[in-house]
Design a protein around this ligand. Structure first.
Ligand SMILES: NC(=O)c1ccc[n+]([C@@H]2O[C@H](COP(=O)([O-])OP(=O)(O)OC[C@H]3O[C@@H](n4cnc5c(N)ncnc54)[C@H](OP(=O)(O)O)[C@@H]3O)[C@@H](O)[C@H]2O)c1
Length: 294
């Protein structure tokens, strides 16, 4: 099965490339700038028409949450318009699509983890543009599968865990927000789950068609708790650590508002035959070992 992944340099795309080695039936192709620039109208269609993939996994996105507040046009162009174009190109070539979305489509006021059919109410331009992307994808290709994930970390690219590992070697103390909760998700685990879904489809299983799935790590914690977990693992590995000082969001103002509780309920994916992700501790350990070794 020929699988085309957009967003070549990103955390999820890089993880998909690594994990695809465990799926011998997968021929994985990646696309990214400059050959695929989603800011250019028609760029995605030209590529999909030429490659004729069986599956497209759209991981490309404008992911700079704070910068998006000042660049809404660009964020909407990449996260909404281009996502719709990718879906339309899949519809016209018969490719199936897995489109990645975010926990930031929710406003974070729920007192329980969000389910797929809970009302959406994004707070930020990023969240709004990703929600517009979900709508555009659904309109162009009703059978597309939308995967909402959260708080991605990996040995690659920019992410919170990597930043904490760096700061642990540079500072005695780090101040970290303690009143925002979410599901830290290993991009490597997410890649395994996405590839497993595509493999099921290629064997004729239509499961997941037209569905939204919440696919995220099993534990819901705060940024400060995640930071403390990183320090705990670093200490166990004999690495320098910093003291974590929990602070309220009010003491760490950001351009874009963040949901207080964007934890995701992943039960639907499991009910529909998906496998449980690895434990948070095991996945974090794996990523930190690789970051330290690098
Ligand atoms: N990171 C998170 O914590 C998180 C949480 C929830 C949901 N998600 C969603 O999960 C997906 C994957 O996230 P990620 O962490 O892998 O993202 P990432 O590491 O930030 O990578 C984003 C990718 O999108 C590409 N991209 C940006 N603008 C583009 C354009 N104009 N044309 C073509 N490609 C462009 C980037 O390419 P360049 O290298 O050329 O910039 C990069 O390869 C995204 O849909 C994101 O919204 C992420």
């Amino acid at each position: 099965m020929k699988l085309l992944v957009t967003g070549r340099t990103g955390q999820v795309a890089t993880s998909l490339v690594e994990r695809a080695q465990c799926f011998p039936m997968v021929e994985l192709l990646t696309a990214g700038r400059p050959d695929l620039d989603l800011a250019i109208l028609g760029s995605a269609k030209a590529l999909i028409d030429a490659v004729r993939p069986d599956f497209v996994i759209n991981t490309a996105a404008y992911t700079a949450v704070d910068a998006a507040e000042d660049s809404p046009d660009e964020a909407y162009r990449i996260n909404a318009d281009a996502a719709g174009e990718i879906a339309a190109a899949c519809a016209s070539t018969g490719a199936r699509l897995i489109h990645l979305s975010t926990d930031y489509v929710f406003d974070g006021t729920s007192d329980r983890p969000y389910r797929e059919d809970d009302p959406v109410a994004p707070l930020s331009v990023y969240g709004k543009s990703k929600l517009a992307g979900e709508v555009a994808v659904r309109l162009a290709l009703p059978g597309a599968t939308i995967v909402r994930t959260a708080w991605i970390y990996s040995p690659f690219g920019h992410n919170f865990v990597r930043t904490m590992v760096r700061l642990a070697g540079e500072r005695d103390e780090v101040s970290v927000v303690d009143d925002q909760h979410g599901n830290p998700t290993s991009a490597l685990d997410l890649a395994d789950a996405i590839l497993a879904l595509a493999a099921r489809w290629s064997s004729g299983d239509a499961g997941g068609e037209g569905e939204i799935y919440h696919l995220a790590g099993p534990d819901a914690i705060s940024w400060a708790e995640l930071s403390a977990k990183v320090m705990e693992r670093l200490r166990a590995l004999g690495q320098p650590v910093a003291t974590v000082r929990p602070i309220p969001s009010a003491d760490w103002p950001t351009k874009a508002p963040r949901p207080r509780n964007s934890t995701l309920d992943t039960a639907k994916y499991l009910r529909d035959g998906g496998s449980a992700m690895h434990s948070f501790d095991a996945s974090l350990e794996q990523v930190i070992r690789r970051l330290v070794a690098a």
